[in-house]
Design a protein around this ligand. Structure first.
Ligand code: ADP
Ligand code: MG
Length: 707
């Protein structure tokens, strides 16, 4: 029985993907070869070849039931966008139509792009933006309520070739790190690998709640998180949800999610309950980063779509509920050659280990020098509520290496060891340490934002809603830069001086950058003090992280690799301030709506009910002391809520009137958010006093425990 089921999964996996097997089977040999060359080395397709690929892709999609195709792209809104065209041509004289997809239509699209955020890169009057086929990420047919659609993954650029999306810089950064990594391994004598690619496995956390209840809460509908809500009597303190048995409704949901993902070729692998009640996680098997980014988008969309079908709602927000853990996305990252060597794998020979140690210290240098950029790449409005809150890594970037590797780095950095490091044999001490490392991967530190986990780095700061594109653009580029710096020094040393130069460099990088290494408890107060002493940046909010994008060192680095021009960086900065302001504005407006029309009125009704009860009781000559006390408390909260309501209204209108940009975002953070907190406090306290039947929205307990 079990084998039968497994066989079926093997058959259905990737069924709706125009993958290599399908291409090999359906395309004429020459066309297939040309397409492979295009995918592997970017050799351009001739128009004839493109036409043949497009034709076959369309035929295949139609067999799967597709009527439409779409260029699927990832603008700076954080979600994917698509515009659908059907395959039909103009009706023939007979009144019939043909079904067509030309090479040109496959390769290039021109959506009316004027309404996507571009941060001034493209004024509305010159709306041109192009979507360009990313042949390295396979097309797929998506089946949903709207029928079947051929989705063609694309990059999105302006008329002038400026990136308007997440994908373009990612592809550029992959080229940068490939170039520099190949250059580096050549110096170590590798002649066999021809390409180095970043691989990523993003673990996705999410919450599942009941859809009916979800629809009763404006805050969830408009902002994806609760803006009011007293804590439930029970939270996550018993840890009884973590890795617990799945509830039947959730198990059936996950089964459907997996089935859909597998058909789309997404290697969904692991699922379990997470720490908070109603929180879960899904992890796919790692893939090339551009595919992993696309697949993560598909995962997020599938989680949401399937939930609706099950009468559920998936919340991807970083902090849907106060007082329990929020959701993140662990970005597991490694560098792999095309012949299967993981460059982050500690080696088995001294020689390999020297290469590993250089790569490791280069990464320490990259993270130390660009901690601000990494922090920025993981920033979004929701993550501000999570980072540093004793549930996610602090806002301080540091690297966890584990005891053994940290020891190696310290020994390398201290004079005695490093001075002798040139001599043969000494690093072998390091080698024996390193050999243990892969066996000892249980050594985990969940409080570290950037942890070495045996043969990969795990960047744990990313928010659950965010695309993983941005963090990987940063990772790829900063590591490319560190490799380039190292290569420049090592190439100068020449073959004769290579060994000595490598050892010097490892020692220097270890000494200069070990301050970024921290194995202790990242949640502790003492780490904040210690990090300050070490001079590590502690960037408390998204708004304060944004300037990292346009520092002189960032502009110089991104520009030198062609990942971002200064203009593109400035535009992204603008988009981010604007997104921040708009998001907080929606939250504030939603609070005003809920407090004004639902929650304050409920408090008033309750005051009325208590007052009449008090009168009735008094009329009977009995003691109305409790009623009077409750009336007093609730009236006090009502007064506080009403003035907080007015204060929030004023703060919001003031911020709204400001021109968009940094100052406006700062106003939202420094005056609107405190005003929001000011309103939430009395309302949440009132929730605990008002009769359950009068409280107009589902409570935390209703949402998290009744699924
Ligand atoms: P956890 O962090 O929860 O213990 P695992 O270590 O099993 O989980 O893996 C987490 C994620 O890391 C998975 O998506 C997995 O595919 C991915 N992963 C494993 N090895 C690598 C690698 N070499 N490069 C990138 N990602 C990897
Ligand atoms: Mg993890």
């Amino acid at each position: 029985m079990v084998t039968e089921r497994n066989e079926r999964l093997q058959e259905t996996f990737g069924e709706d993907v125009f993958n290599d097997a399908v291409m090999r089977e359906r395309l004429p040999g020459k066309v297939y070869e040309a397409l492979r060359k295009n995918i592997e080395d970017g050799t351009e397709l001739t128009p004839e070849t493109a036409d043949m690929v497009a034709h076959e892709m369309k035929e295949w999609a139609i067999e799967k039931g597709a009527t439409h195709y779409t260029h699927w792209f990832q603008p700076l809104t954080g979600v994917t966008a698509e515009k659908h065209d059907s395959f039909i041509t103009a009706p023939l004289p007979s009144g019939k139509v043909l079904m067509k997809l030309s090479g040109r239509e496959l390769i290039k699209g021109e959506p009316d792009a004027s309404s996507f955020p571009s941060g001034g890169l493209r004024a509305t009057f010159e709306a041109r933006g192009y979507t360009i086929w990313d042949s390295a990420s396979p097309a797929f047919v998506r089946h949903d309520e709207g029928g079947a659609t051929l989705c063609i993954p694309t990059a999105f650029c302006s008329y002038m070739g400026e990136a308007l999306d997440q994908k373009t810089p990612l592809l550029r950064s992959m080229e940068a790190v490939n170039r520099e990594a190949v250059r580096l391994i050549r110096l170590f004598g590798n002649r066999t690998s021809s390409k180095v690619t970043p691989y990523v496995g993003p673990e996705q956390e999410y919450f599942i709640i009941d859809r009916e209840k979800y629809l009763k809460r404006m805050d969830l509908v408009f902002t994806g998180r609760t803006l009011f809500g007293a804590r439930a009597p029970k939270g996550q303190e018993l840890d009884d949800h973590y890795f617990g048995t799945l509830r039947p409704r959730i198990a059936s949901y996950m089964r459907d999610v997996n089935q859909e993902l597998w058909r789309l070729g997404v290697p969904a692998k692991t699922q379990h309950n997470e720490a908070a009640p109603a929180q879960h996680e899904l992890a796919p098997i790692y893939e090339k980063v551009n595919v992993a980014v696309d697949h993560n988008q598909i995962i997020m969309q599938t989680l949401k779509r399937v939930a609706t079908r099950h009468g559920l709602r998936c919340l991807l927000h970083e902090k849907p509920f106060d007082g329990v853990n929020g959701s993140g996305k662990h970005n597991n990252w490694s560098l792999m050659t095309d012949d299967g060597i993981n460059l982050l794998e500690p080696g088995t020979t001294p020689h390999e280990n020297i290469q590993f140690l250089l790569i490791l210290t280069c990464i320490l240098k990259a993270v130390d020098e660009h901690a601000d950029l990494l922090r920025e790449s993981a920033s979004d409005v929701g993550n501000d509520l999570r980072l540093g809150g004793n549930e996610a890594p602090p806002a301080i970037i540091s690297v966890f290496l584990g005891e053994q590797l940290e020891d190696v780095i310290n020994q390398l950095a201290t004079t005695g060891y490093a001075a002798a490091a040139v001599e043969e044999g000494v690093l072998e001490t390091g080698v024996s340490y390193l050999n243990n490392i892969s066996k000892d991967a249980t050594d985990r530190n969940r409080t570290s934002p950037f942890a070495f986990t045996g043969n990969k780095f795990e960047f744990r700061m990313v928010g659950s809603r965010d695309s993983v594109a941005a963090p990987n653009v940063v990772l790829n580029t900063i590591v490319a830069e560190a490799f380039r710096d190292a290569c420049e020094i090592l190439e100068k040393a020449g073959e004769g001086g290579f060994d000595a130069a490598v050892h010097d460099l490892i020692k220097r990088y270890a000494a200069e950058h070990r301050k970024i290494v921290f194995n202790g408890n990242g949640y502790s107060e003492s780490w904040v003090t210690e990090a300050r002493r070490r001079g590590l940046p502690n960037i408390g909010s998204f708004v304060d992280a944004i300037p990292a994008l346009t520092t002189e060192k960032a502009v110089r680095m991104f520009d030198s690799f062609g990942v971002f021009s200064e203009k593109e960086l400035l535009s992204r900065t603008e988009v981010k301030y604007d997104t921040y302001s708009k998001d907080i504005n929606i939250e504030a407006r939603t609070m005003l709506e809920m407090a004004g029309k639902q929650l304050i009125p409920a408090m008033i009704t309750c005051v009325g009910r208590i007052a009449s009860s008090a009168n009735e009781v008094k009329a009977l000559g009995a003691d109305a002391g409790v009623q009077v006390r409750r009336l007093g408390k609730l009236t006090e909260l009502l007064l506080e809520a009403e003035s907080a309501f007015e204060a929030l209204k004023t703060a919001t209108s003031d911020a709204e009137r400001m021109p968009s940009g940094r100052a406006q975002a700062v106003a939202y953070r420094d005056s609107v958010i405190p005003a929001m907190n000011g309103l939430r406090k009395p309302v949440d306290l009132a929730e605990m006093l008002v009769d359950k039947d009068l409280w107009p929205i589902p409570t935390y307990a209703d949402l998290m425990f009744e699924i």
